[in-house]
Design a protein around this ligand. Structure first.
Ligand SMILES: [Zn+2]
Ligand SMILES: [Zn+2]
Length: 374
């Protein structure tokens, strides 16, 4: 494959694009400069460009081949993370979305240079993965209605994959947040029998939630992550407690069960002391549901570039990419790319070996070549 050789020679250009994006860390739905830069580069590569998708910073590049064929999409996320360092608010690309965008953009450029033979290539730069809402906003635009297959890529921490390793199936779990307001009855500390102590209700709930069981063959966890109650006075029976819960499950079916059981535990736990619970499912992300044919495509590309592919890698983190398959009914696969990344994603000093960017561009270019050109 001549073009794989050519990508080696593009290393400087790849690093330049990465540096530009890395120096422009913008938060979810505020990726104004980032999306302008990416739109401009797509335009230069002769893609038809759609900006401000659904009123957001989302950008799509479209390249059509002369013959009919499948519609293939590559998706990258664009947003950075907010940190507080030495009392100052700073945005940092600590999840490597600058790397993801670089790899997808440079692969798009390489494919445009070769020219596609059949079907359509859609390049999607999605906003707001970290704060959620980005993928759903892209789906709501209707621009993905004709997409048959979509692939994403993300650098992995060194514990999951080293430089030179990649998986065609990075299996994120589902994660959800549930909150609850426990309503009791205020009373004087001397007359507790006239009140309902919201903290007693919260304590019962913590225990009920910790006792939830699901099929142990599927990894899951649920825990109380917030509990506030009581005011400044120590002699008042508090009538309100605010609670929060973090839910994780490796499959979407298990998550449905976990949400039902958690809501039940909160309501029944509060009822044991006569309190009421107002439960709100705040939202979350579905777990990975991949298409075997799309995984096979990604695997072939990884093998062509790196020699061999890792098996599926299970990661407890969440990704809103999985709305494209669960809600959008698109066939998907998601590549996890090793980069000797330390100390970890979402760490303000996250570092990785930039050689991975070249490998990622090659893998993405190869799989598009395979589907729409060869
Ligand atoms: Zn992240
Ligand atoms: Zn990420």
């Amino acid at each position: 494959m001549d073009f794989l050789e050519r990508i080696n020679n593009d290393k400087e250009k790849i690093l330049q694009v990465f540096t530009t994006l890395h120096q422009t860390p913008e938060l979810g739905f505020q990726e104004v400069k980032t999306s302008q830069f990416l739109a401009q580069k797509l335009h230069e590569a002769k893609f038809k460009v759609i900006s401000n998708i659904n009123g957001t910073t989302g950008v799509m590049g479209i390249l059509e081949g002369p013959e009919p064929g499948p519609v293939l999409a590559l998706r990258a996320d664009m947003d950075a993370l907010a940190f507080k360092i030495n009392g100052k608010d700073v945005n940092i690309h600590a999840c490597g979305h600058d790397a993801n965008s670089t790899m997808v953009l440079m692969a798009a450029g390489e494919i445009a240079r070769i020219g596609i033979k059949r079907g359509t290539l859609k390049i999607l730069f999605q906003p707001a993965e970290e704060v959620l809402g980005g993928a759903e906003a892209m789906l709501a635009s209707g621009l993905l209605d004709d997409v048959n297959e979509m692939l994403g890529i993300h650098l992995r921490p060194i514990q999951e994959a080293k430089l030179g390793q990649a998986t065609p199936a990075l299996c994120h779990g589902s994660s959800y947040i549930v909150t609850a307001k426990i309503k009791g009855l205020a009373a004087h500390g001397a007359r507790p029998h006239l009140g309902i102590n919201a903290i007693d209700g919260a304590a019962a709930i913590v225990n009920a939630v910790n006792a939830i069981k699901l099929n142990p063959a599927v990894p899951f966890s649920v825990k109380t992550t917030k509990l506030t109650a009581g005011g400044n006075a120590y002699n008042i029976i508090p009538d309100i407690a605010e609670m929060g819960f973090d839910l994780r499950a490796q499959t979407n079916t298990a998550m449905e069960q976990l949400i039902t059981k958690t809501c039940n535990a909160i309501e029944k736990g509060a009822a044991t002391v006569g309190a009421e619970a107002e439960v709100i499912i705040r939202g979350g992300v579905p777990g990975a549901e991949y298409d075997q044919g799309t995984i096979a495509l990604a695997k072939k590309a990884i093998e062509a570039v790196l020699g061999e592919a890792l098996g599926p890698v299970i990661t407890p983190g969440g990704e809103d990419f999985h709305y494209y398959s669960t809600k959008g009914k698109i066939k998907t696969a998601y590549i996890g790319l090793g980069a000797d990344l330390v100390p970890g994603l979402h760490h303000p000093e996250m570092k990785f070996n930039p050689e991975a960017l070249v490998q990622g561009v090659k893998i993405l270019s190869y799989l598009v070549y395979e589907r729409l050109i060869s």
